[in-house]
Ligand binder design. Structure first.
Ligand code: BES
Ligand code: ZN
Ligand code: ZN
Length: 498
């Protein structure tokens, strides 16, 4: 995409659409009178009659009305200006992105001044505009043979601002990187499970590694057997698709200390196994690799922005199927860590693959761990579909993580993990652990099980079962995969590099 930065001169703007933010009392914006004069003297009247609105996210499209070099104006309501935040700007630009996509726009000019306030600079506007336009313009390329309409992509963006050009451009480009990475994660989650197999996911990771110069290691079934990864192998037993443990290493500094480990659940399809899901509960389980997608998306941002911090990403990928060979309730398996596990429920498979992945991340040198997984239906019961659930064993690391989440605006809420919960995870007549202590508060058992494998390493567990997909269009994008936690994970690494 071509990015141009110019001084605000409405006579010179050449674009399909000029985007104009309309906060309450827009006349307090520097340059508003010039805009009114150049566009239409009737604008103040339209604001009074409500034809153009200041209500937050209200979009009004108007044609150019004179000799302008742009074809249309897109007004976007911003509400009370002093209450605008980065998160609200992002949402407003998502609405703009959606409106542009439906109006087949290829070039856009954004006048930054109306979007600023005492806290929000033109750079913030550039950053959130790129994020919002990218996220709002997302559409999954489906497999319909009937739709022959080609999607229009935005080819050129002009920012009208008097701020430093290089900084504006850099801010816009980072926003683009964020949006692209989130959209890539969305696509992985939206892909059907017969196409996105563990092998395909490994192929995708190899392409990332090639592009960003990551070290990559992919362990297949044989390597897992050699190492003794009994937990992921058990989950894979019923499948004809080989399992893959995907390990990406990013070197941002010579110091191999304080290495961040990002671990993702990559179940490409979860039937539940012999503890089979009811038919209605099974549909949608192609998205059970949302944690893996979040980690891969974050690695893309890290590969682009190259923070001074070393990162190890580990993704445990397989599907969870049924066959004469499949694992079953009552099986006892030995994980890579050596700990034995009594399988009480084959549908609690995510924590099993994560156990081996976390152990592998620790053995590869991770000093901090974040695992991300569509792990339990319990988190949806507890927190709904708009909050990611968290557990931790380290207050300071969790605080650092929450700063990152606040920066990206992704809502995360922590649940407790008590000694009593751990006792129940360790209760088994035949093994060290059981994989399903009960349904009461079972988000905690899911994450808590993973916690049994991290030792004293500072660890944050993220259960995105509720947030990884949306059943309808939402503030940051369309129905379907959300790409949640991509931006927060990358932001955490960037913050830890500072
Ligand atoms: N993949 C599911 C969790 C899930 C549920 C993700 C809904 C997305 C939407 C997970 O593997 C699972 O089946 N969890 C069980 C655990 C139970 C058997 C202890 C659950 O939450 O019911
Ligand atoms: Zn399951
Ligand atoms: Zn699952």
């Amino acid at each position: 995409m071509k990015i141009t930065i110019t001084e605000t001169n409405f006579e010179q703007v050449e674009a399909d659409v000029l985007v104009v933010g309309v906060p309450e009392h827009p006349e307090n914006t520097d340059g508003w009178n010039e805009f009114v004069t150049s566009y239409s003297d009737r604008l103040p009247n339209w604001l009074k009659t409500g034809d153009v609105q200041t209500a937050f996210k209200k979009v009004v499209k108007m044609p150019a009305l004179g000799e302008q070099k742009y074809n249309r104006v897109l007004f976007i309501g911003l509400g009370a200006r002093k209450e605008l935040t980065e998160a609200l700007l992002r949402e407003a630009f998502v609405a703009v992105g959606q409106a542009l996509a439906t109006s087949k726009t290829t070039s856009v000019a954004i006048w930054t001044a109306p979007f600023t306030n005492e806290q929000l600079t033109c750079d913030d506007v550039a950053f959130t505009a790129a994020e919002g336009l990218g996220l709002g313009g997302y559409k999954f390329e489906d497999y319909k043979t009937t739709s022959n309409e080609r999607d229009v992509v935005l080819e050129a963006v002009t920012l009208l601002s008097s701020a430093d050009k290089d900084e504006l451009k850099a801010a816009f480009e980072i926003g683009q990187v964020h949006a692209h990475a989130v959209n890539e994660a969305r696509t992985l989650v939206n892909m059907p499970p017969n196409i996105l197999t563990a092998t395909e996911m490994a192929k995708y990771a190899r392409q990332l590694a090639e592009k960003y110069d990551f070290e990559i290691e992919v362990l297949g079934k044989k390597e897992m057997e050699e190492q003794g990864m009994g937990a992921i192998l058990a989950v894979n037993k019923g499948s004809v698709e080989p399992p893959q443990l995907i390990v990406l290493k990013y070197t941002g500094t010579d110091q191999w200390e304080d290495v961040v480990g990002l671990v993702g659940k990559g179940i490409t399809y979860d039937t539940g196994g012999y503890s089979i899901k009811p038919k209605d509960g099974m549909v949608g389980m192609k998205g059970d690799m949302g944690g893996a997608a979040a980690v891969l998306g974050a690695m893309e941002i890290i590969g682009e922005t190259r923070p001074a911090k070393n990162v190890i990403a580990v993704i445990a990928s397989t599907d969870n199927m049924i066959s004469g060979e499949a694992f079953k309730p009552d099986d006892v398996i030995t994980s890579l860590s050596g700990k034995t596990i009594e399988v009480l429920n084959t549908d609690a498979e995510g924590r099993l693959v994560l156990a081996d992945a976390v152990t592998y991340a620790l053995r590869s040198g991770a000093d901090y761990l974040v695992d991300v997984a569509t792990l339990t239906g319990g988190v949806i019961v507890a927190l709904g579909n708009d909050k990611t659930g968290a557990l931790t064993n380290d207050e300071a690391f969790f605080e650092e993580f929450m700063y990152a989440a606040a920066e990206t605006g992704e809502f995360v809420w922590r649940l407790p993990l008590t000694e009593n919960d751990k006792k129940r995870l360790r209760k088994s007549d035949v093994a060290d652990l059981n994989n399903s202590p009960g349904r009461d508060g079972h988000m905690i058992f899911g994450g808590g099980f993973v916690g049994e494998f991290v030792g004293d390493t500072p660890w944050v567990h993220l259960d995105i079962a509720g947030t990884s997909e949306a059943s309808a269009a939402h503030d940051l994008g369309p129905k379907g995969a959300t790409g949640v936690m991509v931006r927060t994970l990358a932001t955490l690494v960037e913050r830890m590099a500072e």
